[in-house]
Design a protein around this ligand. Structure first.
Ligand code: ASP
Length: 440
């Protein structure tokens, strides 16, 4: 069986919802994972921010605006009177719940329950639309099987066990529609897999059922070789290995949630990235097949903080790095890049929640310098570190101040740390000289 996930834009307009119906309506049994309609989760987050700041009027104004969008969409999509009413009743219930939340005290649990509504709305609406179109589909509530453990990792054995009972509970169907993103936590409270987490839902389900393939349908023809938001002339990549895709997703390729590849890699379940608006395009196939050596794609990750930790004598003083790592471990902050010299270690983090406390602790053992507004530019490809292109990098970026380099950590990745203000220029230059073959 295949698992197909459709993102927010795929369910964000009548035309795209219709495209999704055509894509899935091929008489094959499948699981369809949906995101919330585009813009909905952002609005729900904004509503919870209003609640946290005790601004009920602002929250209610946003709830009313969101409701209007749904009412318009439902009237256009569901012309069958009975199904139209069924969806409107459901949606009314959701919006009454949201209004009731505006008078409650803010808590993480309230926030999680509010942001979960986007996927609950999109799946309910879409399932009724399929019924109207005579397609055999059933809602499979994600909260009946999707769960994370105390470390916020998917609880795969629970998911495997509960998935089958969730399917038996709803009965046999050609298409099962389920919510991306949402799950239960280890206390059985509503939680989620973080923003963009629907991709991750799809591959977790794919791994749990040993799917034949997982497909992620978005609004672009697969993973591009550079960031199309900032760079001209980017191109879709037809094939990527799991390792390459994981590096790109982690280091900024917005098309995939960073953890997406993890659940399916061990079982070698192929992952295909496709475009709902252009279903015939090849897209990107992510599998265990590696291709020729060389730089294949570039991604950039912003909001990086560089920390230089300078000690009088570092490497000779064994145990120094251990102490440094323990401080990051205490504050559950993961390190992305790291370089060392005899007297200093520079590293980067992207999570600044405990930065002040980390600095305070580090200052007890060393002199600290912190640089914010940094970006990691990540160059990915099979064996990039052994390829001739690699030696051109300094020439291409001769005008850019490179703050750190990570080379050789993995054969498939070279990472450069630069000031964010130099990012777009660097990405464009790398694109021109590496992929468009402009001569240096
Ligand atoms: N709706 C959630 C978000 O916008 C999850 C997702 O779309 O993948 O982040």
């Amino acid at each position: 069986m295949k698992v197909l996930k459709f993102g927010g834009t795929s369910v964000g307009s009548i035309e795209n919802i219709c495209n999704v119906k055509n894509i899935i309506n091929d008489r094959e049994k499948k699981i369809v994972v949906l995101s919330a309609m585009s813009g909905t989760t952002n609005q729900l987050v904004a509503i919870t921010n209003n609640i946290a700041r005790k601004e009920p009027d602002e929250a209610i104004a946003k709830i009313n605006m969101l409701r209007e969008t749904y009412d318009v969409t439902i009237d256009k999509l569901l012309i069958n009177k009975g199904l139209n009413k069924e969806v409107k009743d459901y949606v009314s219930g959701v919006f009454s719940f949201l209004v009731s939340c505006t008078y409650k005290a803010f808590s993480k649990s309230l926030e999680n329950n509010i942001v979960a509504q986007g996927e609950l709305l999109s799946t309910f609406m879409f399932n009724c639309y399929l019924k109207q179109e005579g397609i055999n589909s059933t809602l499979l509530p994600a909260l009946n099987f999707m769960r994370i453990d105390k470390d916020k990792e998917p609880d795969i054995s629970y998911i495997k066990q509960h998935f089958d009972s969730a399917v038996s509970a709803v009965g046999n169907s050609e298409i099962y529609i389920t919510q991306g993103f949402i799950c239960l936590d280890d206390n059985d409270e509503v939680s989620n897999l973080q923003r963009g987490g629907s991709d991750y839902t799809a591959t977790i389900i794919g791994a749990a059922i040993k799917a034949e393939e997982v497909q992620i349908w978005t609004d672009i023809d697969g993973m591009h070789n550079n960031d199309p938001r900032y760079v001209e002339n980017t191109k879709p990549i037809s094939n990527l290995s799991f390792d390459e895709a994981a590096e790109l997703a982690y280091f900024g390729a917005k098309i995939l949630h960073p953890q997406t590849v993890t659940p399916i890699r061990a079982d070698n379940i192929p992952l295909r990235l496709k475009n709902t608006m252009n279903p015939d395009a090849h897209g990107t196939l992510i599998s265990n097949i590696t291709s020729e050596n060389g730089i294949k794609a570039i991604a950039a990750k912003d909001n990086i903080i560089a920390i230089k930790i300078k000690s009088a004598r570092m490497l000779q003083a064994h145990g120094f790095l251990k102490k440094v790592f323990e401080i990051f471990e205490t504050y559950k902050t993961s390190i992305d890049m790291i370089t060392t010299s005899e007297v200093a270690v520079s590293l980067t983090i992207d999570d600044d929640r405990n930065l002040d406390k980390i600095i305070e602790e580090l200052e007890k053992i060393a002199t600290i310098e912190v640089d914010k507004n940094q970006s990691i530019v990540c160059l990915v490809g099979h064996s990039v570190v052994n390829h001739d292109d690699t030696y051109k990098l300094f020439q291409i970026l001769q005008d850019v101040k490179i703050r750190m380099i990570s080379y050789g950590g993995s054969k498939n990745n070279i990472s450069l740390l630069i000031d964010t203000k130099d990012k777009i220029n660097s990405l464009q230059k790398l694109n021109d000289y590496l992929f468009e073959l402009v001569t240096l």
